[in-house]
Design a binder for this molecule. Sequence first.
Ligand SMILES: [Zn+2]
Ligand SMILES: [Zn+2]
Length: 230
Amino acid sequence: MRFNSVIVTAKLEKEGERYNLNFKIHDDKYSFGSCPKCGKKVIVNRAAYTCEDKECNFCIFKNDKFLARYGKKTTDSMIRKLLKDGQVKVGGLKSPNGKGKFEAILKLKENGKYWGWEMEFENKTSVEDSSSSNNNSIVGKCLECGSDVYENSKAFSCSNDKCKFVLFKNDFFFKNFNKKLTKTLVKEFLENKKAKVTGLYSQKKNKKFDANVVLKKQGDYWNFNFENNG
Ligand SMILES: [Zn+2]
Ligand SMILES: [Zn+2]
C-alpha cells in the first residue's frame, strides 16, 4: 500500500471512562472548500459535489443541466473557485442559439430546496445597462454576419468566432474628440450605421460640438467618420 501526501490529525478524546486516540484524515485533494450554506466541507462523489453534512442541501451535479445548456460541465477547479470567491469566470460558454461563444460570471444560488446558478456579465454594473435585463450584454446585430454583438471590457464584438467584427471602446476617432464609445451609441450604429453624437470636444476650437457620425467599412475594418466627410 502506498500513501500520497495526506495530513492526519490525531486527537485524544475522552469517551466515557477512557481516552481514545481518534484520527482524522484531511486529504486536500477531496476537499473543495466550505459549504456556502453551512460552512462545513464540500466533498465530491461520483455524481456531484455535496456538503459533508448529510442534513445540508448543498449539491451541485457534475452533469449540471444549466451548464450543459451552454456546453459546459462542472469541474473541480470551478467548484474550488466558487467556494473560495463566491463566483467564477467561465469562458467558452456556447450561446444557446448555437452562434458563437461568450464569457460570464457564475455564482451559486439557493433556489428553494435546490442549488442553482446565476449568470452575470462583467459589464452589468455599467451605468447604461441599468434598464436592461438578462440579455444585457447583447448590444445588437453584427453588420457583417448578423450574429449578436456582445459588450466586453474592451470592445463590442461579434459573437461569431469566424467573424472579425469589432468596435473598440478606445476607438481612435472617439478618443480624438474626448468621447467614449458607449453602448447606447453602438446600439444606434448597429441599427443605422449612423448616430448623432453629442458633446464631441474639439481641441482646436476648444469647444464641444455635436455631429452626425457614420460607421463605414474601409478595407477590412469598420471606421467612424463625420457624415459630411464623404
Ligand atoms: Zn453544508
Ligand atoms: Zn459578425
